[in-house]
Design a protein around this ligand. Sequence first.
Ligand SMILES: Nc1ncnc2c1ncn2[C@@H]1O[C@H](COP(=O)(O)OP(=O)(O)OP(=O)(O)O)[C@@H](O)[C@H]1O
Ligand SMILES: [Mg+2]
Length: 332
Amino acid sequence: MEPLILCDNLVKIYKVADLEVVALQGLDLTVAPGELMAIIGNSGSGKSTLLNILGGLDRPSAGRVLVGGRDLLKTDDAGMVEYKRETVGFVWQQSSRNLIPYLSALENVQIPMLLAGRPSRERREWSNELLEAVGLGHRRTHRLSQLSGGEQQRVAIAIALANRPPLLLADEPTGEVDTATAGVIYGIFRRLVADYGTTIVIVSHDPGIAVRVDRVVRIRDGRTSTETVRRATATADIANPEGEGEHAPVHGTHEEFTVMDAAGRLQLPREMVEQLGLGRRVRVELDGSQIVVRAASDGSTPNGAISTTADKSSVPPAAAAPAGKRRWWHRS
Ligand SMILES: Nc1ncnc2c1ncn2[C@@H]1O[C@H](COP(=O)(O)OP(=O)(O)OP(=O)(O)O)[C@@H](O)[C@H]1O
Ligand SMILES: [Mg+2]
């Protein structure tokens, strides 16, 4: 299947006075249509930078970024306006960024449709359906100022979907709500994926988000470093009879992989590097079906080794890794 999002060696450099900040340094990412995935990482790792580029709010400095087949580096300003209106919806941490406080929930959801010139009947029907979808049908005539923070954030989700974009981006959408409300919002995301086939990318600080989504990609220093994938098992179902009903976390087995880029670069987990006292130089050896990373025995570092074993399903390490298929290194 064609990915909906493809980032290849994406670079973003901010220039502030004479200083250059490299916010993204060769980031690779693919997201399939209908995926519900999260991006995590420390503060300053480049999460918002990536999301703003995907949302058409910022331009990359180099590399490639395609969304729905559209090359965002080659799209002109008029194309970007169209892209932001048709292809992508955005939800921010502060829901107020999306909303007009003195209008009702219904009116707020209709504004983007009005701007896009949709007929009034469609506006009415779809805004009602969307507010039902986010569980706010009974609050639709309330003014935004009369809604709680969590409810406002749900209206913001409905607004972002007003023009039926295939992609929804959310930058820390649960950053300002309590845990229970966050659970409700994650449940809504899952239902939107199931009902409308929307692809959803959520930026979060929360390492526990893995149980809420299909895949978690960790960004470290402007690059994708590891990803955690939920195995498709019978238990990984959205309907969970116990606990929070459809808003319950998805239980399944999670496996963490280290991401290798097309040039064969990967980031060794810091704890392992520290544990073995690896220095700037290491020895890399092929040992049967595994690659062994060993401290260089030049006297400067203690001896130690990390070995990476190829999955049984993978090709032998000597064969070239096909681009885009980078999940075959087990952390062992
Ligand atoms: N407009 C800007 N001008 C200059 N530097 C910027 C700008 N935006 C971000 N940066 C820098 O780029 C780097 C990545 O920032 P970004 O906002 O993407 O991080 P983040 O992962 O979203 O962090 P947080 O979790 O704190 O939101 C940081 O070093 C930041 O200071
Ligand atoms: Mg951020």
